[in-house]
Design a protein around this ligand. Structure first.
Ligand code: AKB
Length: 320
């Protein structure tokens, strides 16, 4: 494999912390450059770290030159729930960020760009179940609007400048290593932490709110498989629908209760309910399967068991 040097934006976030270790395994530690607005305080890493605000195109260009970067994974973004607290700021970060990355990618002739999209690009007019790859979108959160605009820009840069940009519409991602920040699907992670620590949880979505979800190992594998596929197989240059499991708070509670029978959940929906209600309940990712062989591995039961085992170890360790 030819040497690639990969710069990751938002590298200290939920996906960045895990993706970076996998990329380091594949491409070598010396070839991974982590960047984030925050400093890596409690994050132990032997990878190179540089502080970067994604709105600073000049510094991004300087880092690309300094490390002879050949690929960028642009993970920095403001998510759905946080975005609604300060919509113009979210728009600025999300749009300037992706435009800066695409601009630098074109200017420096980079080999590949990864740009995550989301199920938030769909809206109330979208078919709710088994949502097709191409359908009516009409997102109504600033996060969804900005990600849909980013998808269009990704395809534009590919068609107009031949920049190899690839993207996935992630569902809610569940993991135990790094907490997420500011998403609507975050309840599906909080619920596991509360089950492991306190045996009770107050959920901010109603019990029957069904949403598409995925366990982190599947999300990482999907990202690497997409990025490693031959360019001619990548027929979708906006973003691929990506699906695994779909569940409601009630269903994940039931799965947790098979391990922790006295776990109790109460419901107090807040502003995030309207966001969740505007999203699909399940996603059709058959186009991803056709083009680059996507298949998920983790069912709700398999994920629940793995989450609880790992969180128990983490809670025990934190209490030492
Ligand atoms: C969010 O809830 O905002 C994210 C997402 C579905 O993209 N997890």
């Amino acid at each position: 494999m030819p040497t690639e040097t990969i710069l990751i934006t938002g590298a200290l976030g939920q996906i960045g912390t895990e993706l970076s270790t996998h990329l380091a395994d594949v491409y070598g530690k010396q070839n991974i450059i982590l960047t984030d607005l925050r400093q890596p305080e409690n994050f132990e890493t032997d990878l190179t770290f540089e502080s970067l605000n994604v709105m600073d195109a000049k510094k991004l260009g300087i880092l690309v030159d300094k490390y002879k970067v050949t690929q960028i994974y642009h993970l920095a973004a403001v998510l759905s729930a946080s975005g609604e607290q300060d919509p113009l700021f979210a728009w600025q970060i999300n749009m300037e960020g992706v435009l800066n990355v695409l601009g630098v990618g074109k200017e420096k002739n980079l080999n590949k760009i990864y740009y995550p999209s989301t199920i938030a690009v769909f809206g109330l007019d979208t078919p709710k179940t088994n949502t097709p790859q191409n359908t009516i979108m009409n997102p109504n959160t600033v996060y969804g609007i900005s990600k849909l605009a980013g998808e269009r820009w990704a395809e534009y840069y590919f068609k107009k400048y031949n920049l190899d940009v690839r993207s996935l519409r992630y569902p809610g991602i569940i993991s135990y290593k790094t907490p997420p920040g500011g998403g609507t699907t975050d309840y599906a992670i909080d619920i596991f932490y509360h089950a492991a620590e306190e045996k009770k949880y107050e959920c901010f979505l109603t019990e029957n709110t069904q949403l598409p979800m995925m366990y982190m190992p599947d999300a990482i594998r999907a990202t690497l498989e997409l990025m490693e596929s031959p360019a001619e197989n990548i027929k979708v240059r906006s973003a691929y629908n990506l699906s695994a499991i779909s569940f409601s708070p009630k269903e994940v509670t039931k799965a947790i209760q098979t391990h922790i029978p006295n776990f109790k959940v109460s419901y107090k929906p807040d502003f995030r309910q309207a966001i969740a209600d505007s999203w699909p309940m399940s996603i059709d990712s058959s186009v991803a399967t056709r083009d680059w062989g996507w298949n998920f591995e983790y069912t709700l039961e398999k994920m629940t068991e793995d989450m609880l085992v790992n969180l128990k170890n983490k809670v025990d360790f934190d209490n030492i």
